[in-house]
Design a protein around this ligand. Structure first.
Ligand code: 5GP
Ligand code: ZN
Length: 116
């Protein structure tokens, strides 16, 4: 898939609306359109990488910034205590449907483990 066709690149470009909750120079955090918890925010790098493995291999600094943005979002949302979850579905077998790396920040309700 080219970046022009990528849903999340189009959100970064402002071509598709999203409810942005936090932004840094290189990351964007916006609410999931189909929330699975009271807090369900997606954190992405603005640059296109297809999944967490590609991001980690290419740019450690950016991977770190994505994680720090995820934690900032959790603080902003007030879900740090009692806890929250950051999920990177990586590959179709794990449920990844959008191939622009994104961390799901989930919180605000009890979260069971394993997730299924
Ligand atoms: P994945 O299944 O790839 O881990 O997660 C993709 C997520 O993107 C899903 O939770 C889905 O609800 C969300 N999503 C899909 N399309 C849109 C959209 O247009 N806007 C927003 N904000 N979220 C989307
Ligand atoms: Zn993209």
């Amino acid at each position: 898939m080219s970046e022009a066709d990528c849903l999340f690149c189009r959100i970064v470009a402002g071509e598709i609306p999203a409810e942005v909750v936090h932004e840094t120079e290189r990351t964007l955090a916006f609410r999931d359109v189909n929330p699975q918890a009271p807090t369900h925010v997606l954190v992405i790098p603005k640059d296109h990488y297809q999944d967490a493995a590609a991001l980690a291999a290419a740019d450690h600094g950016l991977a770190d910034e994505v994680l720090r943005t995820a934690h900032t979002v959790a603080e902003q949302e007030g879900v740090v205590d009692p806890g929250y979850r950051i999920v990177f579905n990586t590959g179709p077998g794990a449920g990844q449907t959008v191939f622009h790396v994104h961390g799901h920040v989930l919180g605000g309700r009890g979260l069971t483990w394993p997730p299924g």
